[in-house]
Design a protein around this ligand. Structure first.
Ligand code: NAD
Ligand code: MG
Length: 383
């Protein structure tokens, strides 16, 4: 029996993880589950999985959580400290599946503890970059990538030397607006941007997929996870999302990982690592799919990947600023406050201002994040 904590248990990745645990119930002991608020839903999951602890990030939801858990013997905690406490509890595996930089401090707490961390929360790695990879090296934590592209690359790299890698190609579906003209993109609504053709995901990452910022964030994520250098990381649009990413070696061999567009495949690979486990996902039927197609990214209509590559090249605080501005911009777009194409413009504008010094510890990263959010919000609504 192994123990597991899930940060962001009520989200899309959280639900997929719990679905796999539910199918293998005797193999797992659930330690901690967290959510932002959703007290009733979190309490229901904590009771079902007999968790030790449940945590809500939003402290104002703690009384509801306590009430929903009364008589269960499950501890309830709240606020930023509650999330960190959940991540600090001893567990063999922690699934980091909070969305946004809000997940950074708890993810770092899990890493500092030195266990295995299945990382879905890409914004945390993008923002913290070297600070997080240094913590991984220091604590001896094992970082298992949940993001399907990085999970694919992780599998394709198995047993190979980074020095033998000619290039790594991250595939991108291109999102629901892939074929839209620049003019159409300006008028895209939140509902249209969220309607992803292949994957069912939370709202924020769905918008990121439509702007291609998701691939930009993933480029920075890959830059930290697989140190082959930025010039050996490529992006390729592949609308069918069958090939999840590829690694080309210096002898001319390219290894790819293929699978259905179901995050349970990548999550299962982390849960069972270094072994394998069953999933309920339908096997890949290539004859039914028929053809796979590939295109270079169009950075005129979708400038986000260029912005991310530039931020990765600049290093220091730039990726954290890029991420923070994007989080503010996506939230404003979802509220109907700005146009779809304004998302990348706001990120570019925020990056164009003088950048703070390179963050050297978690508190520095959180300060850069807070300042960049304030700047981006100010650009949206000048005082
Ligand atoms: P989601 O919106 O469905 O769920 C997010 C979870 O985080 C929820 O449990 C929510 O309660 C919690 N949360 C949100 N804001 C919080 C806050 N301020 N404090 C504490 N908790 C908070 O998101 P998701 O689609 O499951 O994505 C989670 C992460 O995984 C993201 O970083 C995303 O980029 C990454 N990811 C998701 C997918 C996918 O298929 N959904 C694929 C690859 C990577
Ligand atoms: Mg991905």
């Amino acid at each position: 029996m192994r123990s597991i904590s899930i940060l962001g248990a009520t989200g899309s990745i959280g639900a997929s993880t719990l679905d796999l645990i539910r199918r293998n119930r005797p193999e797992w002991r659930v330690v901690a589950l967290t959510a932002n608020c959703q007290a009733a839903e979190l309490a229901k999951l904590a009771r079902e999985f007999d968790a030790e602890l449940a945590a809500v990030g939003d402290e104002s939801c703690l009384s509801d959580l306590r009430e929903a858990l009364s008589g269960s013997g499950i501890e309830a905690v709240g606020g930023a400290a509650g999330l960190v406490e959940a991540a600090t509890r001893e567990a063999d595996l922690t699934v980091a599946a909070i969305v946004g930089c809000a997940g950074l401090a708890p993810t770092m707490a899990a890493i500092e503890r030195g266990g295995a961390v299945a990382l879905a929360n890409k914004e945390a790695l993008v923002s913290a970059g070297d600070v997080m990879t240094a913590a991984v090296a220091r604590s001896g934590a094992v970082l298992l990538p949940v993001d399907s592209e990085h999970n694919a690359i992780f599998q394709c790299l198995d047993g190979n030397d980074f020095a033998d890698v000619r290039c790594i190609t991250l595939t991108a579906s291109g999102g629901p607006l892939r074929l839209w003209t620049a003019e159409q993109l300006r008028a895209a609504t939140p509902a249209q941007a969220i309607a992803h053709p292949n994957w069912s995901m939370g709202a924020k990452i769905s918008v990121d997929s439509a702007t291609m910022m998701n691939k930009g964030l993933e480029l920075i994520e890959a830059f930290h996870l697989f140190p082959v250098g930025l010039d050996r990381l490529r992006i390729l649009v592949h609308p069918q999302s069958v090939i999840h990413s590829m690694v080309e070696y210096r002898d001319g061999s390219t290894l790819a990982q293929l699978g259905p567009s179901d995050m349970r495949v990548a999550i299962a690979s982390c849960l069972a690592w270094p072994q394998r486990m069953d999933t309920p996902c339908a096997p890949l039927d290539l004859a039914a799919i028929g053809e796979l197609s590939f295109f270079g990214p169009d950075e005129e209509r979708f400038p986000a990947t260029r912005l991310a590559r530039e931020a990765a090249a600049a290093g220091g605080a730039a990726p954290a600023v890029l991420n923070a501005a994007n989080e503010v911009a996506v939230a404003a777009f979802l509220r109907g406050q700005i146009a779809f194409t304004d998302i990348s413009s706001l990120v570019a504008q925020t990056l164009d201002r003088e950048l703070p010094p390179a963050p050297r510890c978690l508190d520095d990263v959180l300060a850069v994040d807070a300042e960049a959010r304030a700047r981006a919000s100010q650009t949206l609504e000048p005082a």
